[in-house]
Design a protein around this ligand. Structure first.
Ligand SMILES: [Zn+2]
Length: 328
């Protein structure tokens, strides 16, 4: 029997109410090679029995608040997800891509409505976790799958700013993946106007050469967010330039250290900062700045000059550490 022929999928003609304990036989463990936690169940009608993979996260049992699933979403790879129509439609502004007709929602039936979707089980698993506001990090889904889920959420009428905001599982997971692929995450955030996500992700793009951004990437993030990235990098470069241009303050002249010695320190500072400026980057490391400037100390015999140098280096590092690291 083909479990997906018309007769089986039609809730009205399907002989299966929710499987009973006698009918349902759980498989052992999850399936290898998937990120969806699945098990199998036996589904019987008058003539035959079929083994059906189903999501362990969305089983045919009542939810924690006692609501019995009334809708079965079937993935393109034939995994069953037991859900609730009210939950799906309330999360959607397009009636979950018009999967539910008013008649369906009003109908009183003990049979679940079966709906075939075109998404894979792995994607559907993430999508439903998002709609149910559940954490899905335990599945460690690849970033491409999660970004595809974002687009699919739009398809099913879920407003992204409702599910991708700080502290939401989808927001936190995408942000956790940003260090590995910041440009892709930034494009996703920018293209969907998810500013609260684009801001923290931009901090991972300080080392990105803007000249290396492809036409496709620029088009993906759009002119406004490309400009924000450009302004961030330019702002940081200007801050660093300003910090390096300012030499240590000169101490009050003494018998052993006066104008000539002070000029020597200023020249040494200029030479050292010129080497830093030669390779000026928006993400110039504190360590390189510190080691380059601190090396000047060995050239100074005056303790007062050393103290002023130390103060200036400390000030440069502090201000560089506090320089804006994200877009506005
Ligand atoms: Zn001195």
């Amino acid at each position: 029997m083909d479990p997906f022929d018309d007769g089986f999928l039609d809730g009205s003609s399907c002989s299966t109410d929710f499987v009973t304990d006698d009918e349902c036989v759980e498989g052992e463990g999850g399936m290898e090679g998937t990120i969806t936690d699945r098990s199998t169940q036996s589904w019987s009608n008058a003539n035959s029995t079929v083994e059906i993979p189903r999501s362990s996260a969305f089983p045919p049992e009542p939810s924690v608040d006692g609501v019995l699933p009334d809708t079965v979403l079937i993935s393109s790879d034939a995994v069953f997800f037991y859900t609730n129509a009210d939950k799906l439609t309330h999360a959607s502004v397009n009636n979950f891509n018009d999967c539910f007709l008013i008649d369906d929602l009003m109908a009183s039936t003990h049979s679940p409505k079966l709906t075939q979707l075109s998404e894979s089980a792995d994607l559907l698993n993430i999508l439903l976790h998002v709609i149910y506001d559940r954490n899905f990090a335990q599945f460690s889904p690849p970033l491409d799958l999660v970004l595809a889920t974002v687009d699919t959420l739009l398809k099913y009428g879920v407003l992204l700013d409702q599910v991708i905001s700080p502290s939401k599982p989808l927001f936190e997971y995408i942000l956790s993946q940003a260090p590995r692929r910041p440009i892709d995450v930034y494009i996703c955030a920018a293209s969907h106007h998810l500013h609260s996500l684009a801001v923290p992700v931009s901090s991972y793009l300080l080392s990105t050469q803007l000249s290396s951004i492809t036409d496709e990437q620029a088009d993906g993030m759009g002119a406004i967010y490309l400009k924000k990235l450009f302004l961030l990098q330019e702002h940081r470069l200007n801050i660093l330039k300003g910090l390096l241009l300012e030499p240590p303050v000169q101490h009050t002249p003494t018998l052993s250290c006066g104008f000539v010695e002070h000029q020597r320190l200023t020249r040494a500072w200029s030479l050292a900062t010129a080497s830093l400026a030669w390779d000026l980057q928006p993400d110039k490391s504190l360590y390189i700045i510190q080691t380059t400037l601190s090396s000047l100390g060995s050239q100074l015999s005056c303790q007062d000059c050393r103290a002023k140098l130390h103060e200036r280096i400390k000030s440069v590092l502090t201000e560089w550490m506090m320089a804006p690291r994200t877009i506005e």
